[in-house]
Design a protein around this ligand. Sequence first.
Ligand code: 26M
Length: 819
Amino acid sequence: MPKNGQTQQFNKAAFKAAVEKHLTTTYAATDDTATTRSWYLAMGKALAEISTGNLLATEKNLAEQKARSVNYLSLEFLIGRLTGNNLISMGLYENVAEAMEEMGQNLTDLLEEERDPALGNGGLGRLAACFMDSLAAQEYPAVGYGLHYEYGLFRQSFVDGRQVEAPDAWRGIEGYPWEVLRPELAQEVSLYGHVEAYTDENGVECRRWVPGMTVEGVAWDLPIVGYDNKSVYPLRLWECRSNAPFNLARFNDGDYVGAQYSALEAGNVTKVLYPNDNHDQGKALRLMQQYFHCACSVADILRRHEAAGNTIESLAELETIQLNDTHPTIAIPELMRILLDEYKLGWDKAWEISSKTFAYTNHTLLPEALETWSEALIQQMLPRHMEIIFEINHRFMKLVEQTWPGNNEVKRKLSIIQEGPHRMVRMANLCVVSTYAVNGVAALHSELVKRDLFPEFNELFPGRLTNVTNGVTPRRWIKYCNPGLSALISEKVGNDWPANLEKIAGLEKFADDAAFQKRYMAVKKENKQRLADWVEENMGIELDTDAIFDIQIKRLHEYKRQHLNLLHILALYHRLLNDPTFDMHPRVFFFGAKAAPGYALAKDIIFAINKVAEKVNNDPRLGGKLKVVFIPDYRVSLAEILFPAADVSEQISTAGKEASGTGNMKFAMNGALTIGTMDGANVEMREEVGDENIFIFGLLVDEVQKLKEEGYDPYRYYHADSLLRAALDLLETDEFTPGNPGQLAAIRHNLLDGGDPYLVLADFADYVKTHEKIDAEYRDQKTWARKAILNTALMSKFSSDRSIRDYANNIWKLEPVSL
Ligand code: 26M
């Protein structure tokens, strides 16, 4: 098979016939009535026919070979549009463009018809999508298990600068062309009820769950197409449907009708993705989503295992289950329940299998993001699971007693059950106790997991806590989104770099080559123009592509410090208007961010940035030097335009708070220079590119901790720094909200009287100084080009292919199986 070419047999006439067939029989359109949308849908269906065939072939081959597989359990997969990406993976981009052209259709226009499947919030969901891409590209046998939400992450618009949320019906009324229903894989899922003791036919005392009701789980598969190979793995998404006839009988016989049902209509369970990010809310319906996801997924894993003719005792040899954060933790007691109550294994055997099957990834240290569930809620919804959790904890507490005899404090700290008036189940503790591997997502983060979050667990289970640094797929985040740069890279290092990112190191030797620098910067300019065109067309703001494009795109959160960026903008505004000696290279500050709907301060920050943008963009006194653009409804498809267009990447979280970051990697690959703190994966990026090719500022983790211990006083910085004072005080005036002073004051208040929990003021001065350095260095385009090229050249570590190899070699012990 020729590599980096067409991996798919392509018969143009047959393909065109398939498109025509779907146009008429699936979408009831004729050549005359078909819209661009119907053409896109029909093309998608014709392509899905190919991928579905390969999906079934891959499934069959893996079952026959009894291959060891990973099951990636995640409540979120932020996959982004599939059509363009799958065309690239199949090696059919040009062929299909030509076929569609012959039918009078432009492929680029057709691709724009696809809505983003926004089945995730941010980093964690996008990581799951990159990992599926890398598993398939390297043919590590895998199934992704997620939820088929009817509504994905809300759509965001701004009304008078304020975020307004609207539902995201990502499938449209026609359904999503890439998804295939797998009716034969449906599962029944139980909820509520009680546990009863009984004596089995052998006279053994047993316990079993007598459910109060059941719902149905229906599987939809999305094809994850391996780049440049024939493997296609399923992303299996479960949709909840009510099985009303069965339930009605139970509802009617009186016994089972209780208040507990009133909240639930089965159709609601997978209705909508919860829009939280790094914040735990403890809502019952969310627990139901988690359990529904886990019950369907575990049952499907066991079904596959048995269908391939394997015994339950060999489960851990053939299957591993990776938990993407604690969201799918309930899969652990679910597997234990099945092993104990259905397979009738003893506790020790069941525990051995289960604890050798599960591994867990931690994505956060933020206390408010660590999930806990009320014991009472679990008891009511999943009574047998609560029993099993108690038993796990009971046995674990004995181990703690052996290790630290008589030490009740350490028991209280490590217990899976948090004591108090309302007992809570700590899901992270349950994970660490019940899995064979726990990993953080960047070197620094994993060290802090060991040192600060779970020090005693690290003593109890030496070697269990490890690191796998995150990565991103170079197929979507370079090849697909940055065709100009991709062509340039291929010319210099050959065209197999998307599957072997180590190859881009070959660019290093061109970093000082003036001709190459010119072409590299010309590509950057084109990408900036593409973004400027989008902004002009969609927001009516005109931009100068000679300006520095400075971009911060990520969820809105205090710890990510979009308000530090805002304060810097206010400082520039102040200096441009008040300091005649001050000069700066023109700059455009871009933001893209959604705030969780209940997060008031995050919404205030969005409002403030929008108000500042309104004023700044129209103030003739600034001479066009300063522009602020808040891109509405930031999502994967817009990220694909933003990353390639950046000169400067903002990665400015308080040290110790951002577990890894992944946008930081996408920017650097695409030649943006990072301004960032020593946090998350920024630390490792600095190691790769060298200190001269990244702009690091701010307090280090230990300095942050020390300052907090000593008693941090934000007013000290306010009084000592007149520029900071000017910036903060602007928030109290009506400068940006004419006639309404104080509309932006909540941010100032949070920073000064609210104690500035993320040390924005402490890092402000260094941040400003570092931006001055950026301003100066940008003026020397040769040096800048050299640094940008080196960033692209030295990012190979951050391919998600490398992350997946780390998981496969160090945790999963998984071998590729090629089709
Ligand atoms: C919580 C409760 C209810 C509903 C949803 C949630 C929830 C959803 C997503 C909580 C956290 C969620 O995601 C957290 C996240 O995205 N973390 C990021 O993970 C990335 C991948 O590892 C890291 O790069 C980021 O640093 C980390 O913040």
